[in-house]
Each structure stands twice: as C-alpha cells, then as structure tokens.
Design a protein around this ligand. Structure first.
Ligand code: FES
Length: 107
C-alpha cells in the first residue's frame, strides 16, 4: 500500500526501485525510507529482540528508539526509519543474539 498522491502534499512517489528483503525483491520508491517501503509491502516484522527474542517492528518512526534496526547492505543496526531506499539495497532482519541472554546482561 503506497500513498502515491497525497491529498495535501500532492504526488509523492516517483522513481521506482527494487529492494531486496531476505533476498526477495520488493518494489519501493526513492522517496521512501526503508521502513516505510517494507511496511507498504506488507512487511511488519523487522527482527527479534536480542535477549527476549520477541518480534520488533516500527515504533517511533523518527530515529529515537532501536525498534527498526536491521542489516542494510551488510551494515548491522541501521535505523531503517531514517534512511531512504536505493536501487538494489539488500535488507535483512535484525536477529536474536544468544550472547546477551546470560544473567550478566540485565533483564
Ligand atoms: S522506529 Fe524508532 S528508531 Fe526507527
């Protein structure tokens, strides 16, 4: 679900690109953030919390939390709500980390 023609702001989405999430192609537009493009394509689960292994997704949408962290073009822990898509971008979910599940790492 892409909003291509906003009632107040006018036409918003031009320049289609192809991005890859878990090696699957998705259509996006250069004006979108990675998180917005994934949501528009029906992807709501961006990864798992490192310790409790619970689903994570879009939360603040403004770069203030870490809920949308994903691996983008090989770089870990990218705030996907803050970067725009690029042609051929490779995106993978942020996965659990067994190393932080020990008692020495808080709750
Ligand atoms: S959703 Fe909070 S930083 Fe992206």
């Amino acid at each position: 679900m892409h909003i291509k023609d906003h009632p107040v702001l006018g036409p918003q989405l031009q320049d289609p690109v192809t991005i890859y999430f878990n090696d699957q192609p998705y259509m996006a537009y250069k004006q979108q953030t990675v998180a917005a493009a994934l949501i528009a394509n029906g992807v709501k689960k961006f990864g798992l919390s490192r310790k409790l292994v619970q689903s994570r997704g879009l939360f603040c949408s403004r770069g203030r939390c870490c809920s949308c962290y994903m691996t983008v073009n090989g770089e870990d822990h990218v705030r996907t709500c803050m970067i725009r898509v690029e042609e051929g971008m490779e995106i993978y979910p942020n996965l659990e980390d067994p190393e932080v599940r020990g008692d020495g790492h808080g709750d």
